[in-house]
Design a protein around this ligand. Structure first.
Ligand code: MBD
Ligand code: FE
Length: 286
């Protein structure tokens, strides 16, 4: 694995994911929250803020610093990054209480829809000189009753061996290490890719500055992002992690789950193979 020689810059690492978030608004369900519910939620959030101010005897300079920081997050386009790192895991955990089958994890800020469709056995698009340990990810997509799901979509996106995502890093070709793999007649897939590096939140933007100011670390463990979709089934958005990897127990985004850790086998000839089967529940109401 190549190493990150210097910390990624906020611009270089695509910390500004705001444009993509706005551009993909049409792909998401719309919230239809009645006024009483808006009031109840926002009252709770504000009460948390007010309570923290009292509990910690917050000063005027601290209040104004918070305001300046909030402005910088917006101006730097880092709200998608901040929300997905520090808040999304709680939403995912809530949704997970009603989801059966494969455990979900957070979507994060770097999903791009409409990537190249690939047949069940494939190589993920990569540069000719793509660095990183080779990795084959293989498995089967099934219904929770065990029925194989042919023609299911395994939508995979991942960082490269330096921790950068295509579409959010100017030096990477469009579509690099992204693809939608369609399962075969037995619901199987087999993807030839490389092992991603851990992801470091850029230290020079407002999110990174907050992490530094709080004395936290800016790392996520190495992970593959996967969304699995099949007709008549509830899609699952998840991530796979690597056994023994750094930061597994202290993910800044709190998005790891023990069920999502794979332990690829290595035959000593550079062939590493990780296996993961996905199980989708029928679409509620279908
Ligand atoms: C990532 O790669 C990621 O997965 C999340 C959730 C947040 C920031 C970067
Ligand atoms: Fe990620």
């Amino acid at each position: 694995m190549s190493t990150i020689e210097s910390s990624p810059t906020a611009a270089g690492a695509g910390a500004n994911a705001s444009e993509n978030f706005k551009a993909t608004a049409g792909t998401r369900d719309v919230a239809d929250t009645p006024p009483e519910r808006v009031a109840a939620i926002v009252t709770s959030v504000l009460k948390g803020v007010h309570d923290a101010i009292a509990a910690h005897d917050v000063s005027y300079p601290e209040f104004q610093a918070a305001k300046a920081w909030l402005m910088a997050v917006g101006e730097g386009g880092e709200w998608p990054l901040f929300m997905d790192v520090f808040v999304e895991h709680a939403v995912e955990a809530q949704v997970a209480t009603s989801q059966r089958g494969t455990k979900g994890s957070i979507l994060g800020p770097y999903y791009l829809p409409d990537q190249v469709r690939l047949s069940a056995t494939c190589r993920l698009p990569r540069r000719d000189d793509e660095q990183g340990l080779p990795l084959v990810l293989a498995g089967q997509v099934r219904d929770i009753d065990g029925t194989p799901l042919a023609g299911a979509e395994v939508d995979l996106w991942q960082a490269d061996a330096d921790g950068y995502y295509s579409g959010f890093a100017p030096h990477l070709p469009e579509g690099n290490l992204r693809g939608v793999i369609v399962t075969d007649d037995e619901g199987r897939y087999e993807i030839d890719t490389i092992q991603p590096a851990p992801y470091q939140i850029p230290t020079d933007g407002p999110t990174g500055q907050l992490i530094e100011a709080a004395g936290w670390h800016p790392w996520r463990p190495a992970h593959l992002h996967i969304q699995v979709r099949a007709a008549g089934h509830r899609p699952v958005t998840t991530q796979l992690y690597f056994a023994g990897g750094e930061w597994l127990d202290s993910d800044v985004a709190e998005a790891t789950k023990p069920e999502l850790i794979i332990d690829p086998t290595d035959d000593g000839n550079g062939n590493r193979r990780g296996v993961y089967d996905f199980e989708l529940e029928p679409q509620p109401g279908s």
